[in-house]
Design a protein around this ligand. Structure first.
Ligand code: BG6
Length: 484
C-alpha cells in the first residue's frame, strides 16, 4: 500500500450524507487501523460557519454503532481529533485557498514521513455544485508535492437527470480530471453479496453451463422499502424511483448478473464487460412492460407538489439482446412504502422437460440471492417429501450468512468503497461510458413520465404495490413458488 500523508476532505461536511454515511465509514476504517493517525487528516468543508468542535459534536452521535464494544468512546474521541473544519462557499476561490492552506500545513507537518501526498475529495454535495466545486479544487487544491501522490474526487448520484444532462456533467468534470481520478460511487457495488456475484458466477463450475437462455426463464432484481420518502420528498420528487434506484443500483446489479466473463479481474476488464452488456439492453417497452405506482399519501408531504406525477414504485422489464440472454426477461422492480424492506435477486429456471413427477405445481428451481436484510443465498429445489409415500415437495439449500459466518462483521458498503478510493481500485465504481449506457436505456421512458404521458397507479402504503405489477410478472413468465 502507498504511504505518506493522506488528506480526506469531506465537502458538504454538515449535511446528511456526510453525517450518516461518510464520517461513520471513515470512523470504521480508522477503528480497524486503515487510517493511521500519523498520516491521515480529515477536513470538513461546508458553507455553514461553525467551529471544529461544533462539527465534531454534530458527527459524534452517528459514529458509535456498538455501544457495548470496549474502548469505542475513546476511539471516537481520538478520531474526532483528526477532523478540522473549514468553511467557505462552493463557487469562490477564497474558501478553497484557505482549505488548500490547511491541507498543505498538515502535509508539511507530516513531511517527516517518507512518501507522497494524497488528497481525496469526497463530494457529499448536491450535484448542482459539482462543476463549480471541481473547478475550485482544480484551481486551488491539487496535490503539488514533489514526492508525487495524487488528487482524487469521489462523487455520487444523481449524475444528471437524463442522458443529455448527465453527459454535460461528465464533460464538465472530465475537462478537469482524468477518468482514473474520478470515483463515481454506487453504494450497491459495495454490498457484500453484490461483490460476491463474480465469484459465484465464475468460480463455480455448476453455474457456468446453466447461466443462459436455455436454462433460465426469467430474472428479477427487486428493491423494496417499507418506508416512504420521509423528509426527502422534495429531493425525491425531482427524481422518482427510476432515477433513485433502478437506473443505478438495480441496473448495476443486473450488469454483474448478466455480463460475460471478464478477461481478468482488472477493473478495466470488468467494466468493459459491464458496458457491453448494458449496451445490449433496449429501452423498456413502455406500454407493455412497465408499471408505475405512487403510494397514497405521498403528496401529503408539503415539499411534494399537489399534482406530482412522480413514481415511487416501478416495475420495468429489460431485454438483453445477445446470444446468452435473448428472450429472457430481466424484471427490475423497486418501490417505497411497501410491505417489507428487502433487496434480492431471483433467478428462476425453466420447467423440467418431460416431468414424470407432475410436480409443476410445486414450483420451479429458483436461485435467490438476498442482498439485505440478513444476507443469504438459497436454492429452491424439488425433493421427495420424506415419508412412505412418493410425493414431492419444495425445499431449500440455504446459505444464510448470519449462521454460516457467525461472528464475522460484514463491512458497510461505504466503508469498503472509501477504502477502494484510497487504494486506487476502481473496480467497484461506475465508469463514464457505463453511466452513459445506463442513461441511454432509461431516458426515453423517463421523458415520457416527465411529460405526463405515463401516469403512476395508486397503491396503499404497506402493500405489495399496484396489482398490475404482479400481473406483468406473470405475463412475462414468472411463476410464484411456495416456501420462503
Ligand atoms: C439511495 C437512495 O441511493 O439508496 C435512497 O437514494 C434509498 O432512496 C437508499 O433509500 C437505499 O440504500 P440501502 O443501502 O438502504 O438499500
Amino acid at each position: 500500500p502507498e504511504t505518506g500523508c493522506l488528506s480526506i476532505i469531506v465537502l458538504g461536511a454538515s449535511g446528511d450524507l456526510a453525517k450518516k454515511k461518510t464520517f461513520p465509514a471513515l470512523f470504521n476504517l480508522y477503528r480497524q487501523g486503515f487510517l493511521q493517525s500519523n498520516e491521515v487528516h480529515i477536513f470538513g468543508y461546508a458553507r455553514t460557519k461553525i467551529s471544529d468542535d461544533e462539527l465534531r459534536n454534530r458527527i459524534r452521535g452517528y459514529l458509535i454503532n456498538d455501544k457495548s464494544a470496549p474502548g469505542q468512546s475513546e476511539q471516537v474521541s481520538e478520531f474526532l481529533q483528526l477532523i478540522k473544519y473549514v468553511s467557505g462557499s462552493y463557487d469562490t476561490e477564497e474558501g478553497f485557498q484557505l482549505l488548500d492552506k490547511e491541507i498543505s500545513a498538515h502535509e508539511s507537518s507530516k513531511n517527516s514521513l517518507e512518501g507522497s501526498s494524497r488528497r481525496l475529495f469526497y463530494f457529499a454535495l448536491p450535484p448542482s455544485v459539482y462543476p463549480s466545486v471541481s473547478r475550485m479544487i482544480k484551481k486551488c487544491c491539487m496535490n503539488r508535492s514533489d514526492l508525487g501522490g495524487w488528487t482524487r474526487i469521489v462523487v455520487e448520484k444523481p449524475f444528471g437527470k437524463d442522458l443529455d444532462s448527465s453527459e454535460k456533467l461528465s464533460a464538465q468534470i472530465g475537462e478537469l480530471f482524468e477518468e482514473p481520478q474520478i470515483y463515481r460511487i454506487d453504494h450497491y457495488l459495495g454490498k457484500e453479496l453484490v461483490q460476491n456475484l463474480l465469484v459465484l458466477r465464475f468460480a463455480n463450475r455448476m453455474f457456468l453451463p446453466l447461466w443462459n437462455r436455455d436454462n433460465i426463464d426469467n430474472v428479477q432484481i427487486v428493491f423494496r422499502e417499507d418506508f416512504g420518502t420521509e423528509g426527502r420528498g422534495g429531493y425525491f420528487d425531482e427524481y422518482g424511483i427510476i432515477r433513485d434506484i433502478i437506473q443505478n443500483h438495480l441496473l448495476q446489479v443486473l450488469c454483474l448478473v448478466a455480463m460475460e466473463k471478464p478477461v481478468s479481474l482488472k477493473p478495466e476488464h470488468i467494466r468493459d464487460e459491464k458496458v457491453k452488456v448494458c449496451s445490449s439492453i433496449s429501452t423498456p417497452n413502455q406500454r407493455e412492460e412497465v408499471v408505475l405506482g405512487q403510494y397514497d399519501g405521498y403528496r401529503d408531504d408539503p415539499t411534494v407538489p399537489d399534482h406530482s406525477n412522480t413514481p415511487t414504485f416501478a416495475t420495468a422489464v429489460l431485454r438483453i439482446h445477445n446470444e446468452r440472454w435473448e428472450g429472457v426477461p430481466f424484471i427490475l422492480k423497486a418501490g417505497k412504502a411497501l410491505n417489507s424492506r428487502k433487496a434480492e435477486i431471483r433467478v428462476q429456471f425453466k420447467d423440467v422437460p418431460g416431468d414424470i413427477f407432475k410436480c409443476k405445481k410445486q414450483g420451479r428451481n429458483e436461485f435467490v440471492i438476498r442482498l439485505q436484510p440478513s444476507e443469504a443465498m438459497y436454492m429452491k429445489l424439488t425433493v421427495k417429501q420424506p415419508g412412505l409415500e412418493m410425493s414431492t415437495a419444495q425445499s431449500e439449500l440455504d446459505l444464510s450468512y448470519r449462521q454460516r459466518y457467525q461472528g464475522v462483521t460484514i463491512p458497510e458498503a461505504y466503508e469498503r468503497l472509501i477504502l477502494d478510493t484510497i487504494r486506487g481500485d476502481q473496480q467497484h465504481f461506475v465508469r463514464r461510458d457505463e453511466l452513459k449506457a445506463a442513461w441511454e436505456i432509461f431516458t426515453p421512458l423517463l421523458h415520457r413520465i416527465d411529460d405526463g404521458e405515463m401516469k403512476p397507479l395508486p397503491y396503499n402504503p404497506g402493500s405489495r404495490g399496484p396489482a398490475e405489477a404482479d400481473e406483468l410478472l406473470s405475463k412475462v413468465g414468472y411463476v410464484q413458488t411456495h416456501g420462503y
